[in-house]
Design a protein around this ligand. Structure first.
Ligand code: PLP
Length: 407
């Protein structure tokens, strides 16, 4: 839908936002009307260089042609029917995902938080049924982010964050340890623990990749204590980190992995994949979903994943990620550049605000995200080129210089 078709001005539209909408995000002051590949276009046709990709979603490019065609095709055949009959894109997608990431079984959901709920539920049911009624505790990492529904929110180790303050008690069954600190996890595990849940790269927590030593140590700890390794790959999954799944960068395999964001090419979808052994915990009636495995979302996902794999966008993520991260180290007032593939965080000195950079570069038509006080995160579509990275770098550099000068 475009502004010119509504007979409204931009200000009138914004008035309706104020009047009717519950707002929990600070908005960019433009209307996103259309998008193609690396660009989003506003109501005047101004292009914005997209280095956030709808939060690591539009990995094969905005409005990828193959994804658009798959959606149009499926939407005219069958929009929704529920999971009583078989539907074709769902089955083909299940095979595509399981065979490409080395997992046995899949269950489809609609979002990242919902996939994590399914992962938590499956692990808890597996523990209770296999070992007894008290074996359902899950150890997660401080500064993690797992989503906004109550289970995923309680798994999120950020008691001082606005995402947890004011909601009363969190769901019991979680304890927390320090990320990248194996001893801290060893100390947090007890006789009631059934699983360890971590992100391979903490995204919302400030872009902190797990070290090789930590990830392989956690896998070994799980094996030694009979624990399940649960990986939240909602942000890292599907080629973002230079491998199809981030765990492939470490040579470890999870017992359950959750995914969402990039897998749907912009359509809402999430999933968990599990080993045969653990997947048995979900039996008739023990879990379900009205929309999970939706025909249009699974058709989009099949097209998206085919694009990501056939064009080796994991390879491009690795190459461009290395190039861009090296370059970003040359920015003024930088404290640290962190990341894996094209999930990149730049932490600045305390005097430079990440939110100010985000808004500053937006004025120059570059879109990025900010986390915490002084971190910016860049998660562009994985089709990004050197020229795009150079252009983004120039805009960030001049913005940081202006902000430093204004201080
Ligand atoms: C975005 C994100 C989620 C939540 O996904 P939604 O689709 O927004 O529910 C969960 N875990 C991680 C690591 C994420 O980045």
């Amino acid at each position: 839908m475009k502004l010119k078709d509504t007979k409204l001005t931009k200000d009138e539209l914004k008035q309706k936002v104020d009047q009717y909408m519950i707002e929990t995000y600070e908005r960019f002051d433009f209307i996103a009307e259309t998008a193609k590949d690396m660009y989003i276009y506003d109501e005047e046709g101004t292009p914005y260089l997209d280095f956030y990709a709808g939060i690591a979603v539009n990995s094969a490019g905005n409005c990828n042609e193959k994804v658009v065609a798959a959606v149009k095709d499926q939407v005219s055949d069958l929009i929704h029917t529920f999971n009583y009959p078989y539907t074709i894109p769902q089955v083909l997608l299940a095979e595509k995902i399981c065979t490409n990431i080395g997992m046995d079984k899949i269950f489809f959901q609609n979002s990242g938080t919902e996939a994590n709920e399914a992962m938590i539920k499956m692990a808890r049911k597996y523990g209770v049924e296999k070992y007894g009624p008290d074996r359902y505790n899950i150890v997660t990492a401080r500064m993690s982010f797992h989503g906004r529904t109550f289970g995923a929110m309680s798994a999120t180790g950020q008691p001082d964050n606005a995402c947890q303050i004011g909601f009363g008690e969190m769901t019991p069954g979680f304890s927390y340890a320090d990320f990248n600190n194996l001893d801290s996890f060893k100390a947090a595990v007890n006789e009631n623990t059934i699983a360890i849940l971590i992100e391979p790269v903490q995204g919302e927590g400030g872009v902190h990749p797990a070290t090789m030593e930590f990830m392989t140590g956690i896998r070994a700890l799980c094996d030694e204590k009979g624990l399940l390794l649960l990986l939240d790959e909602v942000q890292t999954g599907w080629c973002r980190t230079g491998a199809i799944m981030s765990y492939m960068n470490y040579g470890v395999k999870p017992d359950i992995v959750s995914m969402a964001k990039a897998m749907g090419g912009g359509m809402p979808i999430g999933a968990i994949c599990a080993t045969d052994e653990v997947a048995k915990a979900f039996t008739m009636g023990s879990h379900g979903t009205t929309y999970g495995g939706h025909p249009v979302s699974t058709a989009a996902s099949l097209a998206q994943i085919t694009e990501l794999l056939d064009r080796d966008l994991a390879g491009n993520a690795k190459e461009m990620g290395t190039y861009f991260m090296d370059k970003l180290k040359g920015l003024p007032h930088v404290k640290e550049v962190r990341g894996q593939g094209l999930l990149i965080g730049v932490e600045f000195e305390d005097s430079i605000s990440g939110v100010d950079i985000k808004h500053g570069v937006m004025e120059k038509h570059l879109l990025i995200t900010a986390i915490g006080k002084n971190i910016i995160r860049m998660i562009p579509p994985l089709i990004v080129t050197k020229e795009d990275c150079d252009q983004a770098y120039g805009i960030i550099e001049s913005t940081v210089k202006e902000l430093a000068f204004a201080n």
